[in-house]
Write a protein that binds this ligand. Structure first.
Ligand SMILES: [Zn+2]
Ligand SMILES: [Zn+2]
Length: 394
């Protein structure tokens, strides 16, 4: 492949939606020297997805209505709640903390359990989930981030799934290192047979149990145990990409867009301590502290005690302290200062659990070089020679 030596300024590609593929694929390290968010770029809507997600949400809301009006047996409720919590852990502990970030190691038994639970969640195969997520961390809040929160709440929440990927997401997504998962037969088998596994694990089993064993109607079984719990979990996961990048404080690194959000952590079993998580993505706790709204960290430690998880990685207190002092926004509970804490604002009661709790300082401007941000440890940037090799190979 020939390498384009012209440097493309991000604003150069803005007005033309049907840009030739060449313009994005022929880049070298200089081409993407710094890129952020080009607000004049218009994403193309994929109507099939938009209509699909709209119908999914209508049916999900209908399912919730049945639950809240007491239209189901209590056994069905327990079953639905169990599916919801376990599939959430399949995403959080499995796809996120184990496979995307390698924050700990798991025995084949635990991997199998997490793989089944991740399939139950219906958020695409582990391979695809992790590729998108590694890209999200490497190029957070830029055009190469699949759910770039600089494009606002709607885009980072669900909008990104309703339109064509930005060319940088496609191109840099191809270059992200996925070799560990490509060499894992379990992950690749799940990817290969995903539609069948999904049908059995996420659709047929959840619906059949209440219908055959609890005497629940087929309609209620489908609306509650498939649609309602699926839509609830999807929105919980999406809040990590939207709310936890927009509303909250940045005690660990004010240059990172992600924030600390009690509210999102409460809903997602510990995934809302997001400023910390983006500062130290290799930490199994995904938070500095693990005792507040972080059931996932507790479960990982429990798995360790049972001999199912080992080699748990965590950032040392010293490393965390230095980061807070050097790059934090001053709102840290122990190492912050009153002036910065007083700059916290919100709509309504001023308490971190309030979802609108945020700092009044402006969000950072995010411009990244192609080497991206660290992923597996603090010095893990994409080496230019690796990129060059990939450019040559593609
Ligand atoms: Zn994030
Ligand atoms: Zn992550």
């Amino acid at each position: 492949m020939t390498v384009n030596t012209n440097i493309l300024h991000p604003n150069q590609y803005n007005t033309d939606v049907k840009i030739s593929k060449e313009r994005y694929t022929n880049f070298d390290n200089d081409t993407l020297k710094k890129f952020g968010t080009d607000y004049s770029y218009k994403h193309q809507i994929v109507w099939k997805n938009a209509i699909g997600f709209f119908i999914l949400h209508i049916l999900g809301i209908w399912g919730h209505f049945i639950v809240f009006t007491g239209g189901i047996y209590w056994q069905t409720f327990i079953w639905g709640a169990l599916l919801l919590v376990t599939s959430a852990e399949g995403v959080t502990i499995g796809a996120h903390r184990l496979w995307s970030h390698r924050t700990f190691k798991a025995t084949p038994l635990l991997k199998t359990i997490l793989l089944i639970l991740q399939t139950l969640a219906g958020q695409n195969s582990i391979f695809t989930w992790c590729r998108d997520h590694r890209l999200h961390h490497r190029y957070s809040d830029t055009d190469a981030d699949p759910h770039n929160s600089k494009r606002g709440f709607f885009f980072s929440h669900i909008g990104w799934l309703l339109c064509k990927k930005h060319p940088y997401v496609k191109e840099l997504g191809r270059r992200i290192d996925m070799s560990d998962l490509q060499n894992d037969w379990m992950i690749m088998t799940q990817k290969k047979y995903y539609p069948y596994l999904y049908l059995i694990i996420a659709v047929i089993i959840p619906i059949s149990v209440p219908y055959y064993y609890f005497g629940e109607s087929l309609k209620n079984s489908i609306l509650v145990c498939y649609f309602a719990r699926y839509v609830f979990l999807l929105n919980g996961t999406w809040l990590v990409n939207s709310a936890a990048h927009l509303y909250g404080t940045r005690p660990y690194d004010k240059k990172l867009q992600p924030v600390e959000s009690w509210f999102v952590s409460f809903l997602t079993l510990g995934e809302g301590w997001h400023n910390y998580h983006h500062a130290f993505p290799w930490d199994y706790k995904a938070a500095e502290l693990s005792m507040h709204f972080n059931q996932s960290a507790t479960f990982i430690r429990m798995f360790e005690k049972l001999g199912l998880a080992y080699d748990l990685k965590t950032a040392s207190p010293d490393m965390v302290q230095r980061r807070i002092i050097q790059t934090g926004d001053g709102t840290h509970y122990a190492l912050g200062n009153d002036e910065d804490r007083n700059a916290v604002t919100c709509i309504g009661i001023k308490h971190p659990i309030n979802p609108t709790y945020t700092v009044k300082y402006q969000d950072p401007t995010v411009m990244l070089a192609i080497r991206g941000l660290p992923l597996n440890h603090q010095d893990d940037y994409l080496e230019p020679n690796v990129l060059k090799r990939n450019v040559a190979a593609s």
